[in-house]
Structures are given as C-alpha cells and as structure tokens.
Design a protein around this ligand. Structure first.
Ligand code: NGQ
Ligand code: ZN
Length: 454
C-alpha cells in the first residue's frame, strides 16, 4: 500500500481539501479521505484530478495531423479528407504504426489521458492479405501502450462493406476487410494480454460498413460486459443514406434494433432529432464526442445541452488526433455550444456552477465505457491521477473550481506535472522516461511515410 496526500483533489462530489489517497499493490484506489492528516503519506506536487479517458483513437491518423489543411477542391469535406487518409495509410507498416502510436500515447499521457480506446481497423497488409498473425497490427498498438504506460482498450473493428446496401469494399479499403469471425478470432488471440489495464472490446465500424446481420452476429457472440464502440450519425450524408437503406436514421435504427446499453459507445452521434437525443440519453450508452476532429472535419454540432438535460453520459476522444490534449477537447466542447447559444457557462451541473470542474468530472466518468474500472478518484477504481504543477503561474492563488477553470480556459500549457496510471507513474516532473527514444522512431517513421507519399 502507498499513501499519497493532496492539498486539493477533484473527487466525484467536487473539489476537496487535504485528501489522503491510498493505493493498493494491485494499482487500485483503496481509500480516499478528505480533511485528513498528511502524516505518513507522500505529498503530491499540486492539485489532483482523476485521469482522463480518451474514448476514441485511430492512432495512425496522428501521423497525418496538419497534412490535410490545404484546399484541394472547391468542396473539400469529410469525404475528400477520407480519400487522403486512405491514401496515407496504404503503406504504413506494423513498425511504423507502432512508432506512431507509442509517440502519440506518450504525448497523450503527458497531457493527462490515462487510458485510450483504440478503434482499430487497419488489420491487413496493403492489398488486403491478412498478416501471418492476423492480430499483427492490433498487437503493435498493445505493445505501444505497454511501452508508453497508458491503459488501453483494444477495439478491433468489423469493417465489411464500403457503404449501406452491402457495397463491396473499394481497393483502398482492402486493409480493413474483416468478418465477425475475424474480429472474434482477434479477441481470442489477445485474450492472454488482458489485465486491469489492458481490456478488449469490439468496434463494428458503422452502419455503413457493417450490415445488420453481421452486427447481430458479432454482438450476440460477445462475453458479458464487452465494450461495443460504433461510429454513428457523424455526417448528414450518412444519415440520409441510412434512411434510404434501412428506413431509419442511424441512432434511431440502433435504438430500435441493437438496444444500446452501458456497454455501448456511440462515437460522434452528431446528428440527432430531439427524440433520438432523449432516448439515447436514457439508454445508458455513452456518446464519444471528439470535438477537435469533429470541428476539423466539419461534421456538425452535437446537441450536448439537451442530451445532458436528459441525463446522457459522454466522454471525449482524440479520434484523428489533431489534438493530443483533453483540455483542448473540453474547451472546444463548451465554446461550440456558446457560439450556438450566444450565452456563456453552459456545461454546469448540480454539483457546481464551474464549467471546468463539470467538464472534467463528466468526461472522466465517461471512461467507464472503456470497460475498465475508471472514471473518478474513488475506492475500487484503478488509481489514475493527474497531478498539476502548483508552481505554475497560471495556478497562482487559485483553489478548487478556479483550478479546473484555469486548466481549461486560460490557454495555459505545461500544467500537468505527474500522471499515475493504475498506481504507476509513467509521467513524472513533466517527463516520460521513454520520450526521447519514442521521438526518434516517430520522426523516422514520419520521414519514411512522407517521403513515400504521392
Ligand atoms: C475512421 N473517421 O474510421 O477513421 C473514419 C473515417 C470511414 C471518422 N469517421 C473512415 N472521423 O468513415 O470509413
Ligand atoms: Zn473514428
């Protein structure tokens, strides 16, 4: 047992003072006591928040960040971006994918993410032949997470069709080709890797890429409590195509046919009717919001206020990784709602009128949908902590809600000092022991990928 002491910590009910945190030898919080004495415990270097979950990652896309911000056609949009992304991933080999993911995961840790849901669909060799070990690419992401020290939920994706109506995959989608049996085999082959910080789930890619029968087949074959992540209703074209093919909007169809519950993460869920919004909120599912990517791709605006008012759960994802920072995601989430409503201070809860505190607590709690015991500083959960640097000028004189608000709304950088994942400290003093090596191999991978690009 190790015992830590924080002058201030963000507990489920809000900021508390003089908090004693016991972590057992397996990396779980054993007890959390506020108003406690510091005696016999090790002092943390500043205010403490629960570790943040990154619900939705396509790690390889980090290597493209900044490369698609050039207008190539008068009507550049999500679909033209997708073509560039497909082209980019064609040649990425397993070693490069691992180098990109390892570097990304280290950067995410340094910004306060302690767990990642890796929604993984680049299964096959270029051309579409499965690797000798069909789990090769998935294992590379596991290895990257272990090297980084981030908790990971491996979400092998089922990607069967190019579009609704069982349209055959296009040649540039050949690396994704997979069946329910293929995905279930991947789950079996990673079973020996599982631990409290390595979880496996599945990711039927979307209603575009998975037909209803295959979705049913996959979901009905899963062990209890397996996380199920799916993209839904991100683009209006997808909503229209879904209505033509299935007679329902994507989220409406899922609610009627797949009974999403606490195991489910609906990624984006951008385009909802008021009826879908409240039904989804009451389903127990979590929405995986990816604010910086959704902005980057011009997806649209999620009805966050109505969804929260109906009791909906959500978390955040880095998705295409145009950001690696939870602060940027949360700030963007609130600002987009302000721009629409032309009001301020919108995401606030019963616990506190402070937006920063509310956003961090709610998004962290969304980490449950990674299938890992996480989401708060509370006994029985994995010990994930984000310790801020009390010496930073942007935190000077601040306490409680003002800390979380300064973190999210002051543009401060470098506030995160130490990060604990399952009782271990992959980041200490703002540094990660593997960062130099990870940077060297990331740069090498990027040089190779960009050199080969055409
Ligand atoms: C993805 N990204 O899976 O990476 C998708 C694009 C697709 C987003 N939806 C690929 N943002 O939709 O087929
Ligand atoms: Zn995605």
């Amino acid at each position: 047992m190790r015992t830590w002491f924080a002058r201030e910590a963000l507990l489920p009910e809000g900021w508390a003072n003089d908090v004693r945190i016991e972590v057992d030898s397996s990396g779980d919080f054993a007890s959390v006591t506020h108003g406690a004495s510091a005696e016999g415990s090790e002092a943390l270097a500043g205010p403490v928040l629960p570790g943040m979950a990154n619900l939705h990652s396509h790690a390889f896309q980090r290597a493209m960040a900044g490369l698609t911000e050039v207008r190539a056609a008068p009507d550049d949009d999500f679909w033209s971006w997708r073509e560039l992304m497909y082209r980019f991933l064609q040649r990425m080999n397993p070693a490069q994918a691992q180098a990109v993911a390892r570097h990304l995961y280290i950067e995410m840790l340094k910004h306060g993410y302690t767990a990642v849901g890796e929604f993984h669909y680049v299964h096959n060799e270029p051309g579409g032949k499965p690797y000798a070990d069909s789990a090769e690419m998935l294992r590379r992401h596991h290895a990257a997470a272990i090297e980084a020290g981030i908790a990971i939920t491996l979400l092998p994706s089922l990607y069967r069709w190019a579009n609704f109506g069982r349209q055959p995959l296009q040649p540039r989608q050949a690396r994704f080709d997979s069946s329910p049996e293929f995905v279930l085999r991947l789950l079996e082959s990673v079973a020996e890797l599982l631990s409290p910080d390595v979880v496996a789930g599945v990711a039927p890619h979307s209603l575009r890429a998975v037909d209803p029968a295959a979705l049913r087949e996959l979901v009905s074959s899963l062990p209890a409590a397996t996380p199920i992540h799916i993209h839904a209703a991100e683009q209006t074209k997808e909503v229209e195509d879904c209505i033509s093919a299935l007679g329902r909007r994507p989220v409406e169809w899922l609610l009627e046919n797949a009974s999403p519950d606490v195991r489910w993460c609906l990624v984006h869920a951008t385009h909802l009717t008021p009826g879908e919004t409240s039904a989804l909120a009451k389903s127990g599912a979590t929405v995986g919001l990816c604010p910086t990517t959704e902005g980057n791709l011009g997806d649209g605006i999620f009805p966050l206020l109505a969804y929260r008012a109906a009791g909906g759960r959500y978390g955040i994802g880095g998705d295409s990784h145009v950001s690696r920072d939870p602060v940027e995601e949360l700030r963007s989430l609130e600002y987009v709602q302000r721009l629409v409503a032309r009001r301020r201070n919108l995401v606030v809860g019963a616990r506190t009128p402070a937006v920063g505190t509310t956003l961090w607590l709610e998004a962290a709690a969304g980490g449950r949908v990674l299938g890992r015991r996480m989401g708060a500083i509370a006994p029985g959960l994995r010990a994930d902590l984000v310790v801020l640097d009390a010496g930073q000028p942007d935190l000077a004189g601040k306490s409680g809600d003002a800390i979380a608000n300064a973190l999210i709304f002051s543009g401060a950088t470098g506030l995160v000092r130490d990060v604990m994942v399952g009782g271990a400290w992959p980041v200490r003093g703002g540094r990660h022991a593997g960062e130099e090596m990870a940077t060297v191999s990331y740069k090498k991978a990027l040089a190779e990928l960009l050199h080969n690009a055409n």
